[in-house]
Design a protein around this ligand. Structure first.
Ligand code: HEM
Length: 217
């Protein structure tokens, strides 16, 4: 049980770091259009061509897989045993709606990720779907793919609304991960709760607002 929870915690923390990097890179999209196109496309090309980033990307896919599989195993086991969730953690927030519905929130996020990968990753990395043109510098025009997707209000709504379950999942998940790994300092837990809330809010608002800004750009 502790092994499974540690895997969920460690992979979850890695995914939290990925989201910080991903959101920071996506902030390029908010710059004036010409600058954003050049920067975003060259950033994206650099990532795809770097061996180091390729290895990190495989670690990322493996982390998502392990996080989902072990979370599923724990959720099923908890359901079956009808025992308390997170028996080690007695933190007050454990009784919050999010803490009791991490499985449901996780499934919603997984569905989001699958649609998201179909929108971008499958097109850009696997070349599935409509051909993507090159920009003036000869880079694959990932900016146009992103900008084009968010000219569709349904995708804007999809990306924005689903950042709410993401935020709820991150807020509880970040606290939980540290506690699973043995972080119990009383004052530290209060700081951790605040940090998790700030982190989750930045991710929700940041990822949620970008599609809207691109829609009106
Ligand atoms: C405004 C919101 C977002 C935008 C505009 C965006 C954009 C992109 C783009 C353009 C790519 C492909 C990058 C490339 O291959 O060059 C990508 C990949 C990816 N995104 Fe997002 N993303 C957003 C939000 C999210 C969120 C919220 C998550 C996770 C919950 C996420 C997870 C991923 C993953 C796992 C990949 C694959 C990474 C890889 O293969 O290296 N994205 N995203």
């Amino acid at each position: 049980m502790f092994f499974k929870k540690s895997i969920i915690a460690l992979t979850g923390l890695f995914l939290c770091i990925f989201l910080i990097v991903h959101l920071s890179a996506n902030c390029i999209l908010l710059l004036p259009k010409d600058i954003a196109r050049d920067l975003y496309n060259s950033y994206s090309t650099t990532l795809r061509e770097s061996l180091f980033i390729k290895i990190i990307a495989y670690v990322l896919y493996l982390s998502i897989l392990l996080h989902v599989v072990y979370a599923l195993l724990i959720t099923l086991r908890n359901r079956k045993a009808k025992s308390q969730h997170y028996s080690i953690n007695n933190f007050r927030e454990n009784s919050s709606w999010a803490s009791q519905n991490m499985g449901l929130l996780g499934v919603i996020i997984l569905l989001f990720i699958l649609v998201h990968l179909a929108n971008f990753w499958a097109r850009i990395k696997l070349g599935i779907g409509e051909n993507i043109g090159l920009d003036a510098n000869g880079h694959v025009n990932v900016y146009e793919v992103t900008y084009g997707l968010f000219q569709n209000i349904y995708f804007v709504m999809f990306y924005t609304v689903l950042m709410i379950p993401l935020g709820l999942h991150l807020n509880h998940g970040l606290k939980s991960a540290f506690m699973t790994l043995g972080f119990y300092h009383k004052k530290g837990l209060r700081i951790l709760a605040k940090t998790s809330l700030i982190y989750a809010t930045i991710m929700t608002v940041g990822f949620g607002i970008i599609p809207f800004i691109l829609f009106f750009k």
